[in-house]
Ligand binder design. Sequence first.
Ligand code: CP
Length: 341
Amino acid sequence: MTPTVTSSRRTLQPVSIPTSSFPYNPGSLLSIQNLSMEDLNRVLRRADELESQDPLERARILAKRRVALLFYESSTRTRTSFELAAKALGADTTLVSNLSSSIEKGESLKDTGLTLKALGAEAIILRHNSSGAPWLLEQYTHLPVLNAGDGMHEHPTQALLDLRTILQKLRPGVGEVNDKTLAGVTVTITGDILHSRVARSNMLLLPRLGAKVVLCGPKELLPELAANAGPGIGIERDFEAALKQSQVMMMLRIQAERLSGLQLDLEEYKKAYQLTGDRLHALAPEAVVLHPGPIIRGLELTAGVADGPQSAILQQVTNGVAIRMAVVERALTAKNDGGRA
Ligand code: CP
């Protein structure tokens, strides 16, 4: 089946990307749905092991293997942590960005991917502004492709590092995870849900471990149909009501670059949805505060909350390296059964 690049603009319905026959390459991570519970446990376990391993020993795991980072959108956390992760395992990395490469001259995703493969890349880490682009790149190159964020669709490694952070905070020392590991935990995701690949990947992951996911935001950023997004997922428009029932508050940035004409009164938004110290202390004094970044201080949350004791935002960033070591290792060591058409 041919994958189609589609935009999920103005909808929270699944984009029409066929997932049944993808990924072909067992090392790819295109969607968080590609990981079974067993895979999930393996990634979490390897993240722990690799993080605590002697750096010199660790650098032999992928010594001189070649990993390409192909970024069509700006990134600080994802790009840097993938690069540090691959290098920590001994791999050689190269970065191709849309702003400083022949992509600027009009070279297509297909030709860029095939060029990287001809240069010796054994895996490609792709961030792209179009939903579905990682599926196409995998089909063109047959290489393991790691989705580093595709449009408004998915950001699987962000969901994995968010999960690792939640487990460290709420289930320290937990061994294997299963469908009950996060039973009794409510995670409220607040803000620009409509445009958020982070929200989508977390909505696909956290309920599988038993968590309840509450979506919170105004109609412009959270359409009513999201109430049917899946089991374990609901909507609460009243931010303070959501806060009261939450063990985890995941705040999202308003993605101005994706609003495409949508008007939002930011002062009204802040009044209704900003996570302030007063609200947090009064309604959820034990809740863990998460944010995928970049944060906009004074908009979705105050500087005091971002820097406060309940914030695990920098812990999320640190966890990005461990999780990405595990998925880069998986990409380059997974056995391909040769079943590709
Ligand atoms: N969380 C995240 O994807 O951040 P970057 O855009 O900086 O990579």
